[in-house]
Design a protein around this ligand. Structure first.
Ligand SMILES: Nc1ncnc2c1ncn2[C@@H]1O[C@H](COP(=O)(O)OP(=O)(O)O)[C@@H](O)[C@H]1O
Ligand SMILES: [Mg+2]
Length: 340
């Protein structure tokens, strides 16, 4: 099978921690043709989308140690047609480059893209959870670039604390707690978050979920079902539990209510083509659905002595197998009719 991973520069992947590296390693071990591609290396020639793909050179044996694998792997860079790949993993860091999605549009009917291009368009910012229309699991959320609207929401909120965050941030960047009692700061903060572009930035204002000090739960979902989970605890002087923001990881087993949340949103994720995503849940509320390059494989593996990347690669192998056997069946039946 031919698999292409669209990633951030290879050298920037942390072998200790990186989920994409686990997926690449597993694909290579299974003998698939694997290439890595950077979004800026896409091009179109005569209506064909091509990429300068760094194809991983095949070897008889690869190291099982991720540091050694990361350092020693050899590439051959060539301009290759993306249509020749059975699977494309879009795994570059958010925010998504909309032009990259346009390039991929031209191959989406021939190649299994995980996650689906239209799904990525729908879900690449923090508004997507609101499309579930499920007030029991989605916290009260306002999205606006109007200072008046946001200020009114803060003043009318029955709670003293609220969360303010950028529309398309990640890694906890810019996530802050607003306290109604510190009203003098709010004007200036809203100005700061909204200004930035001429048209102004959208900002998310969200009810503060009690219990956030205990951390959030990251659930990796594969094909609409939970694949694994772990808990992230914020540093003592922070509210953000992202590891990038200083949070620490703990083992976690999904509670009954968390499993219910997964089963409530799983079918829509699949129908939107969002086959591999990371949910952030705090105290039974779904705060974020990460669709670009969800991480967590390494920590879930460490806490549970698993290698969940195998299940992900099993899944894509199955998808391609089914697709290919459907094509063969069709050919067979066409031949039957032709010869009848
Ligand atoms: N509504 C909220 N209530 C309490 N804590 C929150 C809330 N929203 C975010 N947080 C904290 O901030 C972190 C980052 O927020 P999130 O919405 O997941 O953005 P990011 O994309 O930056 O990860 C969360 O993991 C959580 O610890
Ligand atoms: Mg998050």
């Amino acid at each position: 099978m031919n698999i292409c991973f669209i990633i951030n520069p290879w050298e920037s992947l942390d072998p200790e921690d990186d989920s994409t590296l686990r997926l690449i390693h597993e694909s290579v071990l299974r003998g698939h043709n694997v290439g890595v591609l950077y979004p800026h290396n896409l091009t179109i020639r005569e209506s064909q989308t091509l990429g300068f793909v760094r194809k991983i050179k095949k070897k008889d044996k690869y190291s099982g140690n991720y540091h050694v694998f990361h350092k020693k792997v050899e590439f051959k860079e060539q301009l290759l047609p993306l249509e020749g790949f059975d699977v494309i993993f879009a795994r570059s860091n958010p925010p998504i480059d909309p032009v990259m999605l346009n390039f991929l549009d031209s191959v989406k009917d021939d190649t299994f893209i995980i996650n689906d291009i239209d799904g990525l368009r729908k879900a690449n910012n923090k508004l997507y959870p609101a499309s579930f229309h499920d007030n029991e699991i989605i916290p009260v959320t306002y999205v606006s670039k109007s200072k008046t609207v946001l200020k009114k929401a803060i003043l009318e909120s029955p709670k003293d604390k609220m969360i303010l965050k950028p529309f398309d941030g990640f890694g906890g960047k810019g996530v802050i707690v607003l306290e109604k009692s510190a009203l003098q700061n709010i004007n200036s903060l809203l100005d700061f978050y909204i200004s930035g572009t001429k048209e102004g930035n959208y900002v998310i204002l969200q009810e503060f979920i009690e219990g956030a000090e205990e951390g959030d739960v990251r659930v990796l979902m594969l094909n609409g079902e939970p694949l694994g989970a772990y808990r992230r605890i914020p540093a003592r002087d922070d509210i953000r539990s992202n590891i990038k923001a200083g949070g620490s990881a703990r083992k976690h087993t999904l509670s009954k209510q968390e499993k219910i949340i997964c089963s409530r949103i799983g079918p829509k994720l699949v129908s939107d083509g969002l086959f591999f995503v990371g949910l952030d849940i705090i105290n039974d509320k779904l705060i974020e659905i990460n669709v670009c390059s969800p991480g967590g494989i390494t920590r879930i593996n460490r806490f549970n002595r698993t290698r969940i990347q195998k299940t992900v690669i099993d899944f894509i192998e199955n998808v391609i197998l089914k697709k290919e056997s459907a094509i063969e069946r069709k050919k067979h039946f066409k031949r039957l009719i032709d010869e009848a």
